[in-house]
Design a binder for this molecule. Structure first.
Ligand code: AMP
Ligand code: GLY
Length: 428
């Protein structure tokens, strides 16, 4: 098969890397890819939101299956457009992508189908939103309705901070139309976990659990980022909890979507807070997580292309259950100095070969590019160094050993990725 992957980050490198191992795959293209992806796939310079350009390419190159990485393409309706053009594609259609593209839609669906989530109210007027904040007090959470590149959530410790977030979203319009409506919700406490499944609306196949590290600094300090590292499995999600999450969150949501007449085919990602009252849904994403994918896919032994193909053809019921590597996997993100604020680009990256020589280590590229035969930085999150080990501790040690071989000016990374999981994993 000729396969096209859309996207340019660490998640897409992991996808391309795994797809390349499939017996079904003859040739991979990636739009737009990065320097790491270019070592496996043919990278093409078409942006993820250039629907006409992508359809044109897929037709011309006789692509058999397209796999969508980023949510922007899904929210724009790339799946509908490809299907209309008679092209096979893995991912939810535009209506289904609303589960991520509109938090209001997602919250209303959760209420209707009794999916546990934080209590909330929806506002289209900043004054009433601020009045409500005064009523419920702090801490509380302010969320922009639409897509905001992972920056649309403010966990406010004070009433002033929450009001300021409302002003920024609704009046200054820092996220444009995404801030026309906001959600104010109760602040939940607990451990977070990411549960990803693949569904075709009839069947649900769960992937291994994972945990992301969203804050930039060690011990979850500092501002939120796109994700500074992940590990899988997340031992805090015991078998019993996993079943509870599937029953109360995933099945109810997929069932609810079907009842709403929405045909969901693709990855459904639930961000879960494990609270004292049980698991509650923080958000849904309609795609593979980044960097969870980098920690999950190295553990997947089954053929990913077979799974994605079956989901897109609504034939998941014909698949055997997935096979997993029992080992733990840890992914540490190496980011540019200054990230998630301003950062510089085009710093030469050294030591990639030395890191990759370590057994059971893969270095996934995110923001990198080739410049004068050198690999240089080209984004905030630059690399996802990933290692497998018999225990989380072993995976952590191996991964950091690889991280230490790598250098670029300003490189920063968290030193505590996987630490929380290590404690539970070894005492399971
Ligand atoms: P989201 O994009 O909704 O996942 O939000 C990003 C991050 O904000 C989550 O991973 C949580 O760490 C935090 N968050 C979101 N909603 C809540 C909530 N209701 N209570 C506490 N933290 C939250
Ligand atoms: N890891 C969080 C996300 O992919 O949105």
């Amino acid at each position: 098969m000729r396969i096209l992957v859309i996207g340019a980050g660490g998640r897409e490198h992991a996808l391309v890397w795994k797809i390349a191992q499939s017996k079904l795959c003859d040739k991979i293209f990636c739009a737009q890819g990065n320097a790491g992806i270019a070592q496996i796939a043919e990278c093409i310079d078409i942006k993820a939101d250039d629907m006409a350009g992508l359809i044109d390419f897929a037709r011309r190159e006789k692509i058999d299956l397209t796999v969508v990485g980023p949510e922007v393409s899904l929210a724009l309706g790339i799946v509908d457009a490809f299907q209309k053009a008679g092209l096979k594609i893995f991912g939810p259609n535009k209506k289904a992508a609303n589960l991520e593209a509109s938090k209001v839609f997602s919250k209303e669906l959760m209420v209707k189908y009794k999916v546990p989530t934080a209590d909330f109210k929806i506002f289209d007027n900043p004054d009433t939103a601020k009045k409500y904040i005064e009523e419920i007090g702090a801490p509380c959470v302010v969320k922009a309705d639409g897509l905001a590149a992972g920056k649309g959530v403010v966990v406010a410790k004070t009433i002033d901070e929450a009001k300021h977030a409302v002003d920024a979203m609704m009046q200054e319009k820092i996220f444009g139309e995404a801030g026309n409506r906001v959600i104010i919700e109760e602040c939940l406490e607990g451990e977070e976990a990411s549960i990803l499944v693949i569904t075709d609306s009839k069947e649900v196949i769960a992937l291994a659990s994972a945990q992301d590290h969203k804050r930039v600094g060690d011990n979850d300090q500092g501002p939120n980022t796109g994700g500074m590292g992940a590990y899988s499995p997340a031992p805090v999600v015991t078998k019993k909890l996993f079943k509870e999450i599937l029953d109360k969150v995933i099945y109810r949501t997929v069932d609810g979507l079907v009842r709403e007449g929405i045909d969901y085919r693709g990855v459904l990602y639930a961000g879960i807070m494990l609270t004292k009252e049980g698991p509650k849904t923080l958000e849904f994403n309609v795609r593979f997580g980044d960097p969870e994918t980098q920690a999950i896919l190295p553990r997947l032994k089954s053929d990913l292309v077979e799974i994605m193909l079956a989901a897109s053809e609504q034939k998941l019921n014909l698949l055997r259950s997935l096979e997993w590597d029992e080992r733990a996997c840890v992914c540490v993100v190496c980011a540019a100095g200054g990230y998630p604020g301003n950062y510089e680009k085009e710093k030469e990256i050294l030591g990639l070969d030395k890191a990759a020589e370590i057994k059971d280590v893969v270095v996934f590229h995110a923001g990198t590019k080739l410049q004068n035969n050198k690999i240089v930085t080209n984004g905030g999150r630059v690399l996802g160094v990933t290692g497998l080990g018999k225990t989380i501790k072993e995976a952590i040690d191996k991964t950091y050993q690889a991280v230490e071989k790598i250098h670029f000016e300003g490189m920063q990374y968290r030193k505590d990725i996987g630490k929380k999981g290590n404690f539970c994993f070894d005492s399971r």
